[in-house]
Design a protein around this ligand. Structure first.
Ligand SMILES: [Fe+2]
Length: 134
């Protein structure tokens, strides 16, 4: 089984409203991980995956609003990264839906890197910027 993501300080960007979103995404990821491990029905697993991707897309809009409000200079770059992340998850989702294949551990690992990679790289920079100006 893929290890659950555990929320700890290394994932915090030190901005409470962003951390709250990230915690929720981590929680959804763990629900997905467990449902794959337990071999739940594919329509249920697909619904969890849809919820994870939709909530991530919503969270990105939230970050983009904060970036605009506080004049973040890397707005365009960060937004482009968001678009790429959503596209790559949608691609995986399409592959699963069209191929009629169950979600594999490999797919779950991809989504884990996808989520953590985003929080640990670009969002840390955004967090430290917002920490200074908010
Ligand atoms: Fe984020």
């Amino acid at each position: 089984m893929v290890k659950d993501l555990i929320w700890d300080d290394t994932l915090s960007v030190q901005i409470q409203e962003i951390d709250e979103d990230h915690r929720r995404l981590v929680e959804l990821f763990n629900i997905l991980n467990h449902s794959v491990e337990e071999g739940d029905a594919s329509n249920y697993i697909e619904a969890v995956m849809e919820e994870l991707i939709s909530c991530t897309a919503w969270h990105f809009r939230h970050e983009e609003r904060l970036m605009l409000k506080y004049g973040y200079e890397n707005f365009e770059e960060h937004k482009a990264e968001h678009q790429e992340l959503i596209e790559s998850a949608r691609e995986l989702q399409q592959k699963i839906l069209q191929g009629g294949k169950p979600v594999s551990n490999e797919d779950v690992e991809f989504l884990e890197r996808w989520l953590v990679g985003h929080i640990l790289s670009v969002d840390m920079d955004l967090g430290s910027y917002l920490g200074e100006v908010m």
